[in-house]
Design a binder for this molecule. Sequence first.
Ligand code: G1P
Length: 288
Amino acid sequence: MKKIVIPVAGLGTRFLPATKAIPKEMITLVDQPLIQYVVQEAVSAGFTDIILVTHSSKQAIENHFDLNFELKASLMAKQKEALLEKLAAIIPDHVNIIAVRQPEALGLGHAVLCAAPVIGEEDFAVLLPDVILNTGSDDLKRMVLAFENSQKSQIMVEPVPESEVDKYGIADCLGKPLNPTESTPMAGVVEKPSQADAPSNLSITGRYILSNQILALLKETPKGAGNEIQLTDAIASLIETQGVHAYCLAGTSYDCGDKLGFVKATVQFAMAHPELGTEFTQWLKTIK
Ligand code: G1P
């Protein structure tokens, strides 16, 4: 499997005013924009074709992965080797960044359909860039392996507090407790249920390995929660036709589309940073 869809057309209203003029995916977590972390996660899991579903106001994301000739020439003239290496590390040469537009905000399911002409007939992954996993997490790689072994689509889930189920897609695994890295058949899934209607507290965490069949189902999916075409609703249909597995996250996820989640990620990533980590952690202990 080589294709992964990253929807980036959303306007980031949860993060205003920071996102008025810059894409939310370009906000810096310690020393890299958020989008760079998720693209690196995809590359580490073996994906080579990264399909960005984007919007006219978000060209900075494509520019980040493109060659900046003037910058490169200027750094070369000054023999700034370390900085040139940092630029080269943004995206390896064998990885393609492909951009398609989502002209209207009609939902995550619609965003995935916008990528259909590039996906073609292959199975593919979807990665939501608001969710950042801890560095070194190999959950996405494990999901690809689980898909290859079982031929069942894999949806990443993790438990959330009962009071938060209405923010997420929630999986029904028939009450079976899920251990990290385990993959188990899903009996159903529902987008942003009320606490009373939620089948469990297992939330969808923004990583999906999907059978190509989902595209045909998405085309038939009517508008659902929030009056949008929901990927979750098409997954509910896929459970009926092919079966779908829930994969339980082993790493740690941060909702960086949310201000508090972003601040928590900033502290964790700064503590784990190879250059800044030790000093930052010591300083953190001194603040009152
Ligand atoms: C989307 C999905 C939802 C998932 C969530 C994860 O919702 O529709 O199923 O749980 O991402 O972050 P959104 O956050 O775009 O409203």
